[in-house]
Design a protein around this ligand. Structure first.
Ligand code: CO
Length: 137
C-alpha cells in the first residue's frame, strides 16, 4: 500500500523566516509555495532526495497549525506517506479501526489528494496519506 515518504512537515511561526533559514543553513530552495485555504495553511516544499521537507505556517491564530504552534512551539507536525490509491488506503485504515481525521480524500497542495489519520490511533504520529495527481506534474 505504501510508497515513499513524500514529505516531512514542520510547523513554523513565520514561513519567510523559516525559508530564509533553510536556504542559509541547509542550502534548500522551495520548488513550490502556496496557500491551501481550506486547511488554513501556507506551505512551501523543499526537495530533499526522494522526498521533501514541507514548511507549514498557519494563515491565522485560529487555524489548526496556528494553534499547534501557539501550544507546542515550532517543530515536527506530520509525515506524509505516498499511496497509489487513496480511497483504497482509507478503506483499509477504516477496516482496521484506525481513527481518521478525513473520511474522504480532499484537495492538498500541488494538485495532490490528501487525507489525515488521527495520531491517537497511531502512537502519537499524525500521518497524511497523499496521492499524486493522475496526470504528470
Ligand atoms: Co503535508
Amino acid at each position: 500500500m505504501l510508497g515513499r515518504i513524500e514529505h516531512v512537515a514542520i510547523a513554523v511561526e513565520d514561513l519567510d523566516d523559516a525559508l530564509a533559514h533553510y536556504k542559509d543553513v541547509w542550502g534548500l530552495e522551495p520548488t513550490s509555495r502556496e496557500r491551501v485555504e481550506d486547511q488554513g495553511v501556507e506551505e512551501a516544499m523543499l526537495p530533499l532526495g526522494e522526498s521533501h521537507l514541507q514548511l507549514l505556517a498557519g494563515t491565522g491564530p485560529d487555524t489548526t497549525v496556528g494553534k499547534f504552534v501557539a501550544r507546542r512551539g515550532e517543530g515536527l507536525h506530520h509525515i506524509a506517506f505516498e499511496v497509489d490509491d487513496l480511497e483504497a488506503a482509507l478503506a483499509e485504515m477504516k477496516s482496521k479501526g484506525v481513527p481518521l481525521i478525513d473520511e474522504q480524500p480532499r484537495a492538498g497542495g500541488r494538485g495532490h489528494s490528501v487525507a489525515f489519520i488521527h495520531p491517537r490511533g497511531n502512537h502519537g504520529l499524525l500521518v497524511e496519506l497523499i496521492q499524486r495527481p493522475t496526470h504528470s506534474e
